[in-house]
Design a binder for this molecule. Structure first.
Ligand code: TMP
Length: 206
């Protein structure tokens, strides 16, 4: 597909998204493939500050302010990380544009056209080459969330909210199947998921 692709890891809380990202990093390290990775919100020094403004437990910022912080964080990441690296490194992102559609539109019902417009405004011709979507069921999610130590402002919604967000992610993925792989920890063992993930990474890097 591409020597230096932009690969995104998406999914709701406790879905295994970050674990799948870590496994990908381990594989790239073993193969001595150059990569850069960051998370959203967060990323650059400035974007990490925006992340803590938005997500710290005491934050009383409203959801519109959160949306602008997310976009500001993304704008810096595109400029300072993605554009600087996309010709010579694999770029791995822990959450990106689909998270905004899934959380702010499918979850919070904010203005979908506005979100799409802002994402297009920031990305221009840039597009993720591939997205891994990790999914989790209700029982596992609630159990894993209960044991999570450092909870942030977005770890306190009711299950119904996360369910809407996950359904949103699935809709996005199912609309563009050639660019998404769904990794389902309810159906497959960790080993099977890892095999699917790494096989897909090999295909992407071909
Ligand atoms: P995480 O670091 O555990 O993935 O948490 C980040 C939180 O931020 C998560 O609840 C999803 C939320 N978020 C949005 O609501 N919209 C976005 O566009 C992004 C990138 C994250």
């Amino acid at each position: 597909m591409s020597k230096n692709p932009l690969i995104v890891f998406e999914g709701i809380e406790t879905s295994g998204k970050s674990t799948n990202l870590k496994k990908t990093i381990k594989y790239l390290k073993e193969k001595k493939i150059k990569y850069v990775t960051f998370r959203e919100p967060g990323g650059t020094y400035f974007s990490e500050h925006l992340r803590s403004l938005m997500l710290n437990k005491k934050s009383k910022l409203n959801k519109k302010t959160d949306l602008f912080l997310l976009m500001a964080s993304r704008s810096e990441n595109i400029d300072k990380i993605i554009k600087k690296n996309f010709t010579n490194k694999v770029i791995l992102i822990d959450r990106f544009i689909d998270s905004t559609l899934a959380y702010q539109y499918y979850g919070m019902r904010m203005d979908k056209d506005l979100i799409l417009k802002m994402n297009n405004f920031l990305l221009g011709n840039l597009k993720p080459n591939f997205t891994f979507l990790s999914v989790v069921n209700k029982k596992n999610m609630l159990q894993r969330l209960k044991f999570r130590k450092n909870k942030n402002k977005y770890d306190h919604f009711k299950y119904n909210f996360y369910n809407k967000v996950q359904k949103g992610f699935l809709r996005i993925a199912n609309k563009n199947k050639s660019k998404y792989l769904i990794l389902d920890s309810n159906k497959d063992s960790l080993k099977v998921i890892e095999n699917k993930l790494i096989n897909q990474i090999k295909k992407i890097l071909k």
